[in-house]
Design a protein around this ligand. Structure first.
Ligand code: 13P
Ligand code: SF4
Length: 383
């Protein structure tokens, strides 16, 4: 079986599995399970037409084709946050992405707008790796050691972590602007506490000139993060021990294999990959950066891409035959939570809106909103 065929059957098998298991965590009404794709498409389009300008559908690049083709705007986390902050005419923002993205949209949109996540089980395992009580304990233990870093949270975090940072003079960042945000942080303090992705923090700080021995990894499951007070005091950045299970699957061995098979290949990876993988690659950046970089490369270029498989497969199709796009992991790294947003769920929430019912609304608790919004707005205000 050819590689492309293998990949498409792999994704199709996962699609079928998902459709059969739609009701495991959040039952859809019977009428929304087992629908033919053409019927779903027709009804989604009809609902979208009926809602007109009252509706804005945002789609992250990791969404499946059957969903993202209905998005009014697609992008990385930064671009989608900007959309949510500026499209105040839409009454409903249906966010085809994961929970932290919908929360960010709720924080940034106008009070009259309502944000909807088609499947509430679409979370982000990395965001779940930093819980508020753990971060508060870390802060207290750092304070007891006389260390007061500037807290910076990756946008892939819960709203209460964003609020924690906002309340303490901190800020959010995305994979598209992490260097700029870290610079902001180091203008305000000796050290940064970078939450919750160890790899984004390390990759960004390293490329800004911070040596590895001036970075400490804070393990929330250990007393004092498992770091000695001396190492903490020396650190210019304290990296929370969290990771993305999709991106940490890419390896240096995969890069060596693709370079051996395609001598002219350029390797481009997301900064959630490990430091070793980023060092072995040619370029690194956000999902939007990856798409732009590949699409604007000279015809005939060959790229191996280290990020989620739906983005890579779509990019490969869009670039064919002008450029060759390969996935770095032959088995295709799939974000299973992004994948939870199915066309069935999209149809269900849209038909709900047509019928006057708001399903799966995401609302950050009012008490958390000002501080979490502040952390996001500090980021969005950066030039
Ligand atoms: P981007 O902001 O680069 O799209 O990344 C989001 C994400 O979750 C990557 O895993
Ligand atoms: Fe979270 Fe990783 Fe999925 Fe991105 S790819 S949404 S970081 S689990």
């Amino acid at each position: 079986m050819g590689y492309a065929l293998f990949m498409s059957s792999y994704v199709r098998a996962l699609n079928d599995y998902q459709d059969e298991h739609l009701d495991e965590r959040q039952p859809l009404p019977d009428g929304y399970v087992g629908l033919h794709a053409s019927e779903m498409d027709r009804r989604i389009l009809a609902a979208r037409d009926a809602l007109g300008d009252r509706l804005l559908i945002l789609g992250h690049h990791y969404q499946r084709d059957e969903v993202i083709r209905f998005a009014d705007a697609t992008g990385d986390s930064l671009k989608l946050s900007r959309f949510a902050a500026t499209r105040s005419n839409a009454e409903f923002i249906v966010f085809c992405g994961v929970h932290f993205m919908a929360e960010s949209a709720d924080l940034l949109c106008a009070p009259a707008q309502q944000v909807i996540l088609p499947d509430l089980a679409a979370g982000c395992s990395m965001a779940d790796m930093a819980a508020l009580d753990q971060v508060e304990r870390c802060w207290d233990e750092l304070g007891a050691a006389g260390i007061r870093p500037v807290p910076i949270t990756y946008i892939n975090s819960a709203a209460d972590i964003k609020a924690f940072c906002g309340e303490r003079g901190g800020i959010t960042c995305t994979s598209a602007n992490a260097s700029k945000v870290f610079e902001w942080g180091w203008q305000r303090g000796e050290a940064i506490l970078s939450l919750p992705d160890e790899h984004l923090g390390r990759n960004t700080a390293y490329c800004m000139g911070v040596p590895l021995d001036r970075m400490a990894v804070w393990d929330p499951d250990q007393m004092n993060g498992g770091v000695s007070p001396d190492d903490l005091r020396r650190a210019r950045i304290i990296l929370w021990k969290g990771h993305c299970s999709v991106h940490t699957r890419f390896s240096v061995a995969q890069i060596a294999t693709v370079r051996a098979e395609h001598p002219s290949v350029k390797v481009i990876v997301h900064p959630e990959c490990t430091w070793e993988v980023v060092q072995a690659s040619d370029e690194t950046g956000s999902t939007e950066f990856i798409i732009d970089r590949v699409s604007s490369s000279p015809p005939g270029s060959v790229w191996a891409v280290g990020t989620e498989i739906h983005l890579v497969s779509r990019l490969a199709r869009a670039q064919h035959p002008l450029r060759t796009v390969l996935t770095l992991d032959r088995f295709g790294c799939l974000c299973s939570t992004m994948f939870r947003v199915s066309p069935n769920h999209l149809l269900w929430v849209l038909e709900g809106l047509v019928a006057g019912q708001v399903r799966n609304r995401i609302q950050v608790p009012e008490a958390r909103k000002p501080a979490a919004r502040l952390a996001l707005e500090r980021m969005l205000a950066l030039p």
